[in-house]
Design a protein around this ligand. Structure first.
Ligand code: THU
Length: 134
């Protein structure tokens, strides 16, 4: 991926972070998912009073995309903002890694970003090796 493409994806993730509904953890997460043909789907974490019904930002984004008929994905950027307003890398949780692995090739790119200049880049194959599948 070109640097400008990565930076655009991070920008979209940070914008999505501001839509987070997280009154219980006060930890906001945003994600921006890029399809192979260049379409963007964003998502944020959506918490619930039962806690267990909470949906992570990454799953919000990929469920939006799958439900719109998308099937091929290139990359996702994820951003976190803590309770004091501090930017964080927000590494995808185990469930989100498994969901991403369901729909993405092992070389799918995962960018965990504090901001456009400060980010870590992985593949889903690195984050979830030996993926369970049927
Ligand atoms: N969260 C995400 O949205 N993505 C992750 O991969 C890690 C955790 C959310 C869930 C919850 O709303 C908050 O972060 C604190 O766990």
């Amino acid at each position: 991926m070109e640097r400008s493409e990565i930076e655009n994806l991070i920008d979209a993730a940070i914008e999505a972070t501001h839509n987070s509904y997280s009154p219980y953890s006060n930890y906001s997460v945003g994600a921006a998912l890029l399809t192979i043909d260049g379409t963007l789907f964003t998502g944020c974490n959506i918490e619930n009073a039962t806690y267990g019904a909470t949906n992570c930002a990454e799953r919000t984004a990929i469920f939006k995309a799958i439900s719109e008929g998308e099937k091929q994905f290139k990359a996702i950027a994820v951003n976190g903002i803590g309770s004091q307003g501090e930017a964080d890398y927000a590494f995808p949780c185990g469930i989100c890694r498994q969901v991403l692995a369901e729909f993405c090739e092992p070389d799918f790119i995962v960018i965990c970003a504090k901001n456009k200049k400060d980010y870590k880049r992985y593949t889903i194959g690195e984050l979830l090796p030996e993926t369970f599948s049927l």
